[in-house]
Design a binder for this molecule. Structure first.
Ligand SMILES: Nc1nc2c(ncn2[C@@H]2O[C@H](COP(=O)(O)OP(=O)(O)OP(=O)(O)O)[C@@H](O)[C@H]2O)c(=O)[nH]1
Ligand SMILES: [Mg+2]
Length: 589
């Protein structure tokens, strides 16, 4: 009986007050006990527990977290910009390299990106659309920045691969495709630049199969002739969409009309010949093409394929809507404790990116985390696995590239930026103190280019050291110190020369330091250990002077030499020396 009464009060406070009005004395007691009961229920999740769990799962179901990847210049940043435009996150799309209007694409926010019209770092963009919470990561295509792209791919559940209609599958796309395949990330294909002359859609389908070994399923099909496509046929909706002329240079969404394939009005608009070609193409795809199978997509055996032009806004909305329906929601991730599922109620996340000076007004440093399980709440305390210490997650933020806003809560799949006073490193795991584990560590790229770097003005040494260390922590460069040399210069290692240009530019732009950079004649780095664990020193290593003996930031000895062949002499003359392409506790990509 008392339980029944309490439950009754729990449902309606109004009744409690009415009861209190009629029986003043008892009413107050009931009222207070009703409140206490509600509080206990809430704490213990009785009555509301099921609903909270259902809401939590619903939030996960709404998340779509994906990266856009491709060879340089295929149009990743342009497509990202247009997804923001159609998603309502921006109202006017900027363009890459728009010196005239000074209106740039949102995701190329860094000064050097605006000036050169290329992406040099991945950018995080979040927005809501049609009931979905979308986290897009626009990645740089240039191979010199592929480590950044690689790290980004660790944080997503699917990838959109852009193919330039004229160029087909290019070298860097091939490499990134392989990474996605290895990691089991489903891939969606967007064939871009259909406003230009290019390869025939059927030939591109063949190319995907022959070069990448993946079958494709066209979700839409371009209408018109090569270089003059003016619409798409949506195979799901069985609907034609014809676009009006693009009058805003792609800044605004493009008007279109939709109708059915048989509609006489559309037959007339298309012209009998184009209509017949379309009917034949669709018939061919339906009868001879691959069947759509979402499980094959999930296994990376089939790629849904879309055609469009990011610049002139055609096929973009069609792509966005279909993609959101088909793309996977957040999936489980491997850890030292087995796979952690997103609906595990205990919070966990990992750091995949560190970026300083995103906002010149703040000059702060941010660590980007991908939430893997549990609900994130502002100010929550979590266990930081590398330091073994608890940390309070203050000032969490969500991003539209450079623009940010504080978030109170976030869910698995979300990317959140945390203010980083210098405690986070790439690959760090954050989890609940009652369930400690680590997510897989991030593999690293062996450096292949080396330069000696020092500040032009010795008075600026402090800023120089700060800047170089910061960019090292971001993973933008690898830092070494030559054995026996003073601290006024460093040896910087990179995967490609463009990274040196970014280093030079950012040190000047963000730290006010001009540098002198001297390229070194080495292309191979080897971390060294002895089988018996004794210390490797320049004096003890025979042939140390055939290369450069350096230490990495964690003081591990490394030898830089000009080529693999040069290593032969070192190996022959130091029989118990072990050589590693990356630090011993790391894995190579
Ligand atoms: N004609 C045409 N040009 C396009 C289209 N989409 C993008 N472009 C142009 O292609 C160039 C490269 O576009 P981006 O979006 O910067 O390419 P990206 O893949 O982000 O390049 P990186 O990030 O440097 O790898 C720019 O000049 C764009 O204006 C398109 O649909 N049609
Ligand atoms: Mg780009």
């Amino acid at each position: 009986m008392p339980l029944f009464a309490c439950g009754y009060f729990f449902i309606s406070y109004r009744l409690i007050f009415a009861y209190g009005y009629i029986f003043p004395g008892y009413g107050v007691i009931f009222c207070l006990s009703g409140r206490a009961f509600c509080g206990i229920c809430k704490k213990l999740n009785i009555f509301s527990g099921g609903r909270i769990l259902a809401d939590f799962k619903e939030e996960i179901r709404k998340r779509r977290t994906f990266a856009i990847i491709s060879h340089p210049d295929a149009g990743k940043t342009t497509l990202t910009e247009k997804l923001l435009l159609y998603g309502g996150a921006i109202h006017l799309a900027g363009s890459i390299k728009s010196r005239k209007t000074q209106h740039h694409a949102v995701s190329d926010w860094m000064e050097i990106e605006k000036q050169r019209g290329i992406s040099v770092t991945s950018s995080v963009l979040q927005f809501n659309y049609n009931g979905y919470c979308i986290n897009i990561l626009d990645t740089p295509g240039h191979q010199d920045f592929s480590e950044d792209t690689y790290r980004t791919l660790m944080a997503v559940d699917s990838a959109v691969m852009i193919i330039d209609v004229a160029k087909g599958v290019e070298a860097q796309t091939k490499k990134l495709f392989k990474v996605c395949k290895q990691r089991g990330i489903p891939i969606f294909t967007f064939v871009n630049k259909l406003d230009r002359f290019g390869k025939a859609p059927l030939d591109l389908m063949d190319e995907l199969e022959n070069v990448l070994g993946i079958r494709s399923y066209p979700m839409n099909w371009p209408i018109g002739t090569d270089g003059n496509y003016f619409g798409v046929y949506d195979r799901q909706k069985k609907q034609i969409e014809l676009f009006d002329d693009d009058t805003s240079h792609g800044q605004n969404a493009r008007a279109s009309v939709t109708g059915s394939l048989e509609d006489a009005e559309f037959v007339e608009m298309l012209g009998a010949e184009a209509h017949q070609t379309l009917v034949d193409d669709i018939d061919l795809l339906d009868t001879a093409g691959e069947e759509f199978d979402l499980e094959k997509v999930a296994r990376g055996e089939l790629t849904p394929m879309f055609f469009g032009s990011a610049m002139t806004n055609f096929g973009v909305q069609n792509f966005l809507e279909e993609y959101l329906k088909l793309a996977p929601e957040p999936v489980g991730r491997k850890s030292t404790e087995g796979v952690i599922e997103p609906d595990d109620e205990k919070f966990s996340a990992f750091v995949f990116k560190i970026q300083a000076n995103m906002n010149p007004a703040h000059r702060d440093r941010l660590a980007f985390i991908r939430i893997c399980s549990g609900k994130f709440e502002r100010g929550m305390s979590v266990y930081h696995s590398r330091s073994g210490k608890p940390i309070k997650l203050a000032q969490p933020q969500q991003f539209l590239a450079q623009d940010r806003q504080i978030v109170d809560e976030a869910y698995p799949g979300d990317i959140v930026g945390l203010f980083d006073p210098g405690i986070f490193g790439i690959g760090d795991t954050l989890c609940d103190a009652s369930h400690k584990f680590s997510y897989e560590d991030f593999p690293v790229f062996p450096p292949e280019k080396f330069a000696r770097v020092q500040a032009k003005d010795t008075m600026k040494r402090k800023q120089f050291v700060k800047g170089v260390e910061q960019l090292t922590q971001e993973g933008a460069i690898q830092l070494f110190q030559q054995a026996g040399a003073g601290t006024e210069s460093y040896i910087v290692g990179t995967v490609g020369t463009l990274q040196f240009e970014v280093l030079e530019y950012r040190l000047k732009n963000e730290y006010g330091v001009d540098i002198v950079m001297t390229m070194q004649p080495y292309e191979v780095a080897r971390w060294m250990t002895y089988a018996d664990g004794r210390e490797v020193t320049p004096a003890g290593l025979r042939g140390a002077d055939r290369g450069m003996f350096v230490y990495d930031r964690r003081n591990n000895p490394v030898l830089l030499v000009s080529n693999e062949w040069a290593l032969g002499w070192i190996t022959d003359n130091n029989p118990d020396l072990e050589l590693h392409t990356v630090p011993v506790d790391k894995q190579e990509v």
